[in-house]
Write a protein that binds this ligand. Sequence first.
Ligand SMILES: C[S@@+](CC[C@H](N)C(=O)[O-])C[C@H]1O[C@@H](n2cnc3c(N)ncnc32)[C@H](O)[C@@H]1O
Length: 218
Amino acid sequence: MSETPHLHAVRTAYDTVAVDYERLLRDALRDKPLDRAMLGAFAEAVRAGDAGPVADLGCGPGRVTAHLHGLGVPVFGIDLSSEMVAVARRTFPGLRFDEGSMTALDLEDDALGGIVSWYSIVHTPPEVLPTVFAEFHRVLAPGGHLLIAFKVGNQLRHLEQAYGHALSLDVYWMPPEEIAALLGAAGLVVDARLIREPDDQERPTQGRQAYFLARKPG
Ligand SMILES: C[S@@+](CC[C@H](N)C(=O)[O-])C[C@H]1O[C@@H](n2cnc3c(N)ncnc32)[C@H](O)[C@@H]1O
């Protein structure tokens, strides 16, 4: 795996916060019905397509991997951070978690029936997104589905503190039109877009949140 400065920074930050991230976010989906609705629609689509397993790319501690598993989806997780992967394996010993980067996936072409990228592109510099989306397209089987969650905006926020730790981490808030255009340029078709307002927990520091369902044409 090539370790560019951005990948090194993300890996270091998430290695630092892995245990506390898991503790703080383990139940977060419980209070987010619209997020669960998009995960439910994605689960239904991949189950109906039956085109292969689903990879949760940038799975962190595996909370979304486990949620999809609970919906009957054959799913495994991949994350850049070895500490996140260790936490995910400890928390969900029955599920599979591997180390890897979305920029160069160790997966065959057309291998997956689905990809979920739940807030995992938010640390990717916009100029690297075409590489990531090309990888998504390469590893998805024809007819395979993608669910992507990201923060809406047009700014770079640099964090020096998160989840109770000092760190150094860039977060990119992206315009939905730009993400749609980049997905289209990678050969993916956007089927649905949900953009919701920040909820009570998010409102002090966060803005709108976006969830796109897309697909590799069959
Ligand atoms: C905001 S966390 C989201 C984690 C998880 N999806 C969740 O919702 O709990 C971002 C995660 O993406 C991972 N990540 C960021 N860039 C990555 C890359 N290029 N390849 C693999 N994982 C990546 C980070 O290590 C981190 O665990």
